[in-house]
Design a binder for this molecule. Sequence first.
Ligand code: BF8
Length: 646
Amino acid sequence: MAEDYPEILSIECLRRPSKQEFTEEEMDQKAEERTLDCTSQMVLKKAMKDGTDTVWDRLGRQTPHCKFCLDGISCQRCAMGPCRIMGGDRTRGVCGNDANLIVARNLLDWVAMGAAAHSDHGRDVVEAVLKGANGEAPDYPVSDVEKLDLLAKEYGISTKGGVNKTAEKVALAMLDEFGTVKGELEMIKRAPAGSRELWKKIGIMPRGIDREVVEAMHRVHMGVGNDPYDVVMHGFRTSMSDGWGGSMQAMEMSDVLFGTPDIKTSKVNLGVMKADHVNVALHGHNPVLSEMLVKAASDPEIKAAAKKVGAKGVNLVGLCCTGNELLMRKGVPQAGNHLDQELAIITGALEAMIVDYQCIFPSLPFTAACYHTKVFSTSPKGTMAGSVYVEVTPENAYAQSKRMLLEAIDNYPGRNKDKVMIPDDPVEAMVGFSVEAIKKALGGSLKPLLDAIVSGKIRGAVGIVGCNNPHVRHDQGHVSLAKGLIKRDILVVETGCASIASGKAGLLQPSAAKMAGKGLREVCESLGIPPVLHMGSCIDNTRILNLVAELANMAGVRMDQLPVAGAAPEWYSPKAVSIAEYFVGSGVSTLLGVMPRVGGSPYVTNLLVDGIEDIMNAKFWVEPDTKKGCAVLFDHIEQKRQGLSI
Ligand code: BF8
């Protein structure tokens, strides 16, 4: 158990091993090189002064990386190796596999890992709905009955037995799709018939959620998937089971439980921490935990306890995707994105960080040991050595949330005021653009958006999604790409850490419309919305799928015919690989700012950036230069417009 870990290894402050001291000037320069955001720069400088190790320091020590690993041509799949493809007389591994097969299998492994993470998160949400409905977890009642009824209709379920009965049946029908014998997923029928026919023809229609992931694991075993083409194509099918299955379920059922997001205003960046409050960061992904912490924070017992230790209250702040979920639904301020997770602790003002799973640095408890922050892990599948483990289930979530908040409050007097540095001026951001909220803003339907695209006022739309990666200057890829696109009258929709980057840069404010081209600016100003729309967390990329599907249905075309594209300028995670593949599989060509580990196989690389276009009418580009990337996306959108004669 995580709690026992200190007995094995002491939890010591994670200091930068190098004795090197930096001058003020060097610190300024390093901070600026590493991150675009001013508040992150300020706290990063504090980290350097404190001597606290960060993700950037660790990257520095890991560089240069192994060339074979970077190119995807090292294989660790069995005990006959490990093998590397080094050229000369070493062009095959011990089993006889070549660079193409090694790369294809490694890629499929990543897709399966990403799809599994999203879909298992989805399963947890659906199980919470089920337990809420059957009385096992009464703290999880249905809040959006309208959405539940629409889902029931979609799954052919009667709503006659009342809300709980309906919720139970919908939850069971969704859970069935993980290992269904039906051989198809219900919500993929939202896509236009033409798209679905194509996906069937090319073999990327998912048959079940767990099934595709399990089959992926089977195929990457030595001696199974021995044809790189089929291995790559199964990756697309696996990712489609994520996008149209596991992640779609996670998104829809989170709305059912906690409400469909609506447009609202909140604040973003490390300046959302408050000097006179007990600060608690909620980090991870699943709103089943974080929503309960929000509820518990307004419990009179918690408020009174905070006052008792001399604080004005408890200040909850979000990080990463669980932050996005709370930002969308509750307007909880967002402290930052992926590369801000250590910095939130390094402010010295964080009493507790509460995590569930995904994208959580395993080193956080060791960073926290340099300050006074307590790190709580809560999920049996996301236990973390060095953290305080408080197991949270839908049955006990409220009581456990209170327990952790009380411990955070107890920790407030332990804050060392001399070690605190909270940057000023959090940035305002307009958030909460679910498809439903976009329709509401447009007067009830997506028709005005389609009309604006047809008329050319808006040339098209790009979904900028995904992570931060220390290989890229923090937030730079997202922000410069978004700025370039809106200038060219391309509407930008964003999720995940990309959307937080834009929030910090002020692009989620209606006033950012002045940075847009004339047509997009006119549309945004008439509606009072920003040119970059915040659509939520990474599982909310399914909102983008729904948006594109609905526009395509309305226009009577396939999804791949629309002037739209995807982009992941700073991706790091296998989840992002799965998202990118289900975007492309669904017909939305996608630009990557970081090279995937496929460079060791010209065959797989060519297939992804060229060959698949003939098969699925969409493809990948890899372009780290955002100026060039912007031009690529603009040309693509103009070509699609030509194809539609608009
Ligand atoms: O699911 S964008 S760094 S936090 S993986 Fe992670 Fe990437 Fe952020 Fe959310 Ni998505």
